[in-house]
Ligand binder design. Sequence first.
Ligand SMILES: Cc1cc2nc3c(=O)[nH]c(=O)nc-3n(C[C@H](O)[C@H](O)[C@H](O)COP(=O)(O)OP(=O)(O)OC[C@H]3O[C@@H](n4cnc5c(N)ncnc54)[C@H](O)[C@@H]3O)c2cc1C
Length: 411
Amino acid sequence: MLDPETTRQSDLRGGEPPWRDEPHFPPPRPLAGDGRCGVLVVGAGITGALAAQHLAASGHDVLVLDRGRPGFGSTAASTAMLQWEIDRPLTELADLYGFARAARVYRRSFAAADGLCGLIDDLGLDCGMRRRRSVFLAADTGDVADLEAEHALRRRAGLPGSFLDHGALRDAFGFDRPAAIVAPGSADADPLQLSLRLLRAALAAGARLHAGDAVAYEQQGRSVLVGCADGRVVEAGHVVLATGYVMPDFVPGRLHRLVSSWALATPRQAPGQLWRERALVWEAGSPYLYARTTPDDRIVVGGEDDERMVEPADRERASSAKTAVLLAKLRRLWPAAEARADHVWSGVFGTTADGLPLIGPVPDRPRVIAAYGYGGNGITFSFLASRMIRRLVAGGREPWFDDFALDRDGA
Ligand SMILES: Cc1cc2nc3c(=O)[nH]c(=O)nc-3n(C[C@H](O)[C@H](O)[C@H](O)COP(=O)(O)OP(=O)(O)OC[C@H]3O[C@@H](n4cnc5c(N)ncnc54)[C@H](O)[C@@H]3O)c2cc1C
């Protein structure tokens, strides 16, 4: 099991994703002395970057600390499909929580994906973001009735999308599967560029970024004193824990579990060899398969999640077998692909029993807000978290925040 104190970024991911590094991103310096700020954001991955940018742009005095390289935790391993479809189908979520609550969560996720794309456009972030439709495939004929039920419930919830049978799917996208739901509202991007450019936007809005390893948290009056491994102390009005999958022990983790996931990127495909619209593809099934393309014409496929292999050495050992399975599945999905692996990587995924993220104040520590457990929908939920966090820091809250509470009753 990964230990919050000793886990380092290199434990969260391995291999070489195809994302663009930014060699000129200034390495954060340690704090020169003790610090003070309105909001301390611990962790400079996509969650910390989104929260810091939003808080700083709203006038808060923000300090961001990271004990490693900003963006190089799980964020750098992400395949960055920016989707609103949640890991748990709406039908399953409705069985669990009732239709009204499940539909509300799905609509929030839809709005979050849209809001994220709007933010990228508004800030002019050069991160390769491309709006995309998603194609949710039935893996075999046994899945068709489930897919039809999912489509009907999504329509009832006011969510967009069309159901395509085998023939319509073949004509529209060329996939040889029994059926699919095709829906607008998603996107893809380079996750490293997205998080680093958001951090730059946060810095431009007045946030400060430093190197630091937060190890102790103590409430004192209306402040939280955060002790760092080098002995520095930061006094903050609020603390945002954006530490990814290594939360401190006092954050409830009952619903949370770690999963490893594998991904690869092919060489550039020949002109005309990619599927129409370069849509995002998600194939139902266990284990599931997903695929996207990159602006330089590679295919990225991922999946093969495994809960038993979160230790880096186990993940590394499994890598070539997982790669072989992903390539075989790619050949079956898209026979025209040049199915070789140019980049192979893996990373740790945090997921929850009900498929919803954990976002909100830590019980008994109202000035400490945690955001994690996003599952495969991570970046969309990080955006949602940033909006909730700003509201919580301002002393507000909404009844629907309970849907994501750290101590909710979940399956
Ligand atoms: C293979 C793979 C594929 C994925 N694909 C997708 C996808 O297609 N779409 C999607 O939306 N999501 C996807 N995800 C999930 C997504 O990547 C994550 O949800 C997201 O990156 C989490 O970001 P984060 O900022 O919360 O965590 P991280 O990126 O891990 O950042 C946490 C940061 O906190 C720092 N930190 C930790 N502890 C401390 C401390 N005590 N003091 C200071 N700093 C600390 C770390 O150094 C790190 O930089 C995928 C994940 C994996 C592994």
